[in-house]
Design a protein around this ligand. Structure first.
Ligand SMILES: O=c1nc[nH]c2c1ncn2[C@H]1C[C@H](O)[C@@H](COP(=O)(O)OP(=O)(O)OP(=O)(O)O)O1
Ligand SMILES: [Mg+2]
Length: 199
């Protein structure tokens, strides 16, 4: 396999319309001397996520943003995969919350769906970095855990209040954000991106 392309530019577009996620990625990018431009500030549209994998959708979002902005673009496609639901909501994690982004409802649907069943789950994040010539590098990270009986904590975003990472007693919603950022699916994918493209 060939080596990933190095990122030697000074600027990139953060191709996410999710505030919580964009804040986490901006924080992960903090140690690098990169000007981060939000998709919202450029008025970029939110592409329809038509692929059937995290990697496919991450690629699609990064390529849409780099084509529209003519700048390198970083996109994230992520979600919660629940063992007892055969991997659902998976790539449909955002869609389970509906247009009003009601994650209380989405978490309730997950917890009702696994009542009396095993509580294993994992988060997946695919990070795609694309350049204006359509070259794209993608990295995928995971974190394993179990689901709480009810949502706990108001930190983080999305499904964080029901996810307890293995080896810990608190949910991502209760955890110090710096601790989540050191161990999350997104942090794992980001370390691979740094090793591959920023090293
Ligand atoms: O660390 C996380 N903690 C809690 N929940 C999470 C996390 N990571 C992904 N998730 C859930 C919620 C999110 O809404 C969905 C991703 O869906 P996904 O399509 O990748 O993102 P999105 O539609 O919210 O924003 P965008 O596509 O513009 O980046 O999975
Ligand atoms: Mg999305």
């Amino acid at each position: 396999m060939s080596q990933p392309r190095r990122f030697t530019e000074r600027k990139l577009v953060l191709a996410s319309h999710n505030q919580g996620k964009a804040a986490e990625i901006a924080e992960l990018l903090q140690p690098f001397d990169i000007e981060v431009i939000s998709a919202a500030s450029l008025g970029l549209p939110e592409p329809e996520e038509t692929e059937d994998s995290f990697i496919g959708n991450a690629r699609l979002k990064a390529l849409a943003a780099t084509r529209a902005s003519k700048l390198p673009a970083l996109a994230d496609d992520s979600g919660l995969c629940v063992d007892a639901l055969d991997g659902a909501p998976g790539i449909f994690s955002a869609r389970w919350a509906g247009p009003s982004k009601d994650f209380g409802h989405a978490m309730d649907r997950v917890l009702k769906g696994i009542a009396g069943k095993p509580r294993g789950a994992h988060f997946v994040a695919a990070l795609a970095l694309a350049w204006p010539d359509d070259h794209c590098e993608v990295f995928e990270g995971k974190v394993y855990g179990t689901l709480a009986d009810a949502p706990r904590g108001s930190r983080g975003f999305g499904y964080d209040p029901i996810f307890i990472p293995d080896g810990h007693a608190v949910t991502f919603g209760e955890m110090d954000p710096a601790k989540k950022h050191a161990m999350s699916h997104r942090a794992v994918a980001f370390r691979m991106l740094v090793d591959g493209c920023f090293g």
